[in-house]
Design a protein around this ligand. Structure first.
Ligand code: NAD
Length: 486
């Protein structure tokens, strides 16, 4: 089938710096593909340290004026930005679908999340809380000022390119910082389009985009002396590399990294609801979600029933090229390399005695497809239940007793999100309190509220996206004390 939507995509992309397209200082390009067909849809420049210098200089030059605007003025521009995205919502969703392999309904949800984030941050810019000014020491008046930090670098992944861009841009611009964004090599299309679309709204230099490799562009941003804070959404390895690189200049680091979300199912849970929830949150976005419901821990007495329900639901999912129509529920993995990585996890799992009740190996043909897969018979400590697979693969393990369930859930290096499924009010209160994860859902999974923080513990990083807490992360406090006796 011909994918007419690829016409939306420009073939020769450029960086976007200081309100202008910039071809860059290197002729090297990265081939951007449609993962559903494997076809090349665009070429993105491989940025260099000179390109990063140019973008950081533009952001630095724009900072004094942008940071001096009142919160109301910045808020008004963020609301206008949300309006522009609303006007172009369908085009952006199509572009995201073609580049990231997302079914159109999901791509539209990402655009809706982008709009809501910009709107929320526009409001939050005007209502930052803090300690009230007052006489905390006799004869002296203390005032707390919240200031922007300067130029902030945002390094983002391929699984939610547009939405993670908004999760950075929203709070960064709201508090008065200026920004240089680096999209993933694989998915620069919507981020570059967003920068173009916002150009008439934002002053030049406030938002800049440099495309290219993490080891070059990301590293240059992390080490740049004029970048005050570097914020990464990505894998644990990339987060560590950025934290190391940022250490010499002692710049602040904000890390939103990987996850391995346990789904703790007690025998009193509504198993139909669990199966629906896992299919949505485990196979949605082809399982390429940091909070994906990927590790089911189920009370022994209902294990077989849940496995049967999950297997049936997985087999009913409609997998295909999102261009085929609105009925497609699950698309491909993002690249051939990533499909091979997921396959590697499966092969090693089978070598450990693990069994797939459905799916289990990559599909042939064009595109990077992998069917929804349910794994059972898992030996303790197996790789597939400890490491982030980041594909449509759900593991199911049994437990006996609440303490064992909690110990197993916490026994991973990650601490991003988890869910608990039960009809017991006591458990709904007690179990989340003992889970070491930044978000815990009860009888739900992967539901987001823009007003609430998103971020992890342990190897999932530190820093919070969304909510008023994100504004705190991207700003700094200053105490001004006036001695009134002199
Ligand atoms: P990735 O770590 O490969 O890449 C993320 C970004 O980091 C890319 O822009 C990449 O170019 C850049 N990068 C890579 N190496 C770098 C380096 N040495 N220095 C600076 N930048 C570098 O991640 P990915 O494969 O694009 O995305 C998937 C990962 O992101 C998963 O682990 C997923 O869990 C995580 N993720 C986390 C969240 C969250 O909110 N916690 C959200 C989405 C994705």
């Amino acid at each position: 089938m011909t994918d007419t939507r690829t016409n939306c995509a420009p073939t020769a992309l450029t960086h976007f710096i200081n309100g202008e397209h910039w071809t860059g200082t290197s002729s090297e390009v990265h081939q951007v593909r449609n993962p559903a067909t494997g076809q090349q849809i665009a070429q993105a420049p491989c940025g260099t340290t000179a390109d990063v210098d140019r973008a950081v200089a533009a952001a630095k030059a724009a900072f004094p004026q942008w940071s001096r605007r009142t919160p109301a003025e910045r808020s008004e521009l963020l609301l206008q930005a949300a309006e522009v995205v609303t006007t172009h919502a369908e085009d952006l969703a199509q572009l995201e679908s073609v580049n990231a392999g997302k079914p159109m309904p999901l791509a539209r949800e990402d655009v809706a999340g982008t709009i809501d984030t910009l709107r929320f941050m526009a409001g939050a810019a005007r209502s930052q809380p803090g300690v009230s000014a007052g006489e905390y020491v006799a004869g002296r008046t203390s005032m707390l000022v919240r200031e922007p930090v300067g130029v902030v670098a945002g390094i983002i992944p391929w699984n939610y390119p547009l939405m993670t861009a908004a999760w950075k841009i929203g709070p960064i611009l709201a508090v008065g910082d200026t920004c240089v964004l680096k999209p993933s090599e694989q998915t620069p299309l919507t981020v570059l389009r967003l920068a173009e679309l916002l150009d008439p709204v934002l002053p030049s230099g406030v938002l800049n985009v440099v495309t290219g490799r993490g080891s070059v562009v990301g590293e240059a941003l992390a080490t740049h002396p004029d970048v005050a804070l570097v914020s990464v959404t990505g894998s644990v390895g990339s987060g560590k590399a950025v934290a190391h690189a940022a250490a010499d200049s002692l710049k602040r680091v904000h890390l939103e990294l990987g996850g391995k979300a346990p789904v703790v199912v007690f025998a009193d849970a509504d198993l139909e609801a669990v199966a629906d929830g896992v299919v949505f949150a485990g196979f949605g976005n082809t399982g390429q979600d940091c909070g994906a419901a990927c590790r089911i821990l189920v009370e022994e007495s209902v294990h077989d029933e849940l496995v049967a329900l999950l297997t049936a639901r997985a087999e009913a999912l409609v997998v295909g090229d999102p261009a085929e129509g609105e009925h497609i529920e699950m698309g491909p993995l993002v690249t051939e390399e990533h499909r091979d990585r997921v396959t590697g996890f499966l092969e090693r799992a089978y070598a450990e005695g693990v069994r797939a009740t459905t799916g289990g190996q990559a599909a042939g043909g064009a595109g990077f497809f992998m069917p929804p897969t349910v794994l059972v018979d898992i030996p303790g400590g197996a790789e597939c239940v400890r490491e982030e697979i980041f594909g449509p693969v759900v593991t199911v393990e049994k437990f006996t007793g609440e303490d064992a369930a909690i110990d197993a859930a916490n026994d991973v290096p990650y601490g991003l999100s988890a869910s608990v499924w039960t009809t017991s009010a006591r458990r709904s209160a007690d179990v989340p309190a003992r889970l070491d994860f930044g978000t815990v859902w009860i009888n739900d999974h992967l539901a987001f509220a823009t007003e609430m923080p998103w971020g992890g513990f342990k190897a999932s990083g530190y820093g919070r996206d969304l909510s008023a807490y994100a504004l705190e992360d991207y700003s700094r406090t200053k105490h001004i004390m006036l001695n009134r006796t002199r």
